[in-house]
Design a protein around this ligand. Structure first.
Ligand SMILES: [Zn+2]
Length: 151
């Protein structure tokens, strides 16, 4: 497991990414890095309120939530906190299934005509709010990025 990832802002992801670099494309709202375990597999994480969020504090980058590479043979699981790779417990199959179900439920579009709308209307509002927050976050990120480029 490598100890850290250095963030690199790019427009497009390079054809031969380097180990130890976290490529962040604001334009495509995506990140890519080679699995921190060193297995060489590419890990692509989308940036959105329902996927990952990237927080740049001016010096380091923190990714939220954790990176669980369940579809890779290594099954590595780690956090990226202030550029540091923090290894965490591997999930068992049950946890992976539950996690995927949670993700799917969160991403399911809210249907206006569904009979069970009464209780979930509030959830729809929450989701909209979350999306707006995400947008504001992206704009802040872009502003910071603009400043960074000007330096
Ligand atoms: Zn790996």
């Amino acid at each position: 497991m490598i100890a850290s990832l250095e963030p690199r802002l790019v427009t497009t992801i390079p054809a031969a990414p380097e180990l130890g670099v976290l490529y962040v494309s604001v334009e495509y709202a995506t990140t890519l890095h080679l699995c921190a375990c060193g297995c060489g597999h590419e890990v692509v994480l989308g940036i959105s309120p329902d996927d990952w969020t990237v927080c740049w504090d001016g010096r380091t980058v923190t990714l939220d939530p954790s990176v669980g590479n369940w579809s890779l043979p290594c099954q590595s699981h780690y956090f990226i906190r202030h550029n540091r790779v923090v290894r965490t417990a591997r999930w068992d199959d049950e946890q992976i299934t539950a996690g995927r179900a949670r993700d799917a439920a969160r991403k399911r579009p809210v249907r206006a005509d569904a009979p069970s709308q009464a209780p979930s209307r509030a959830m729809g509002a929450e989701e909209t709010e979350a999306a707006e927050r995400g947008e504001r976050r992206s704009r802040r990120w872009l502003l910071r990025l603009g400043r960074l480029v000007q330096r």
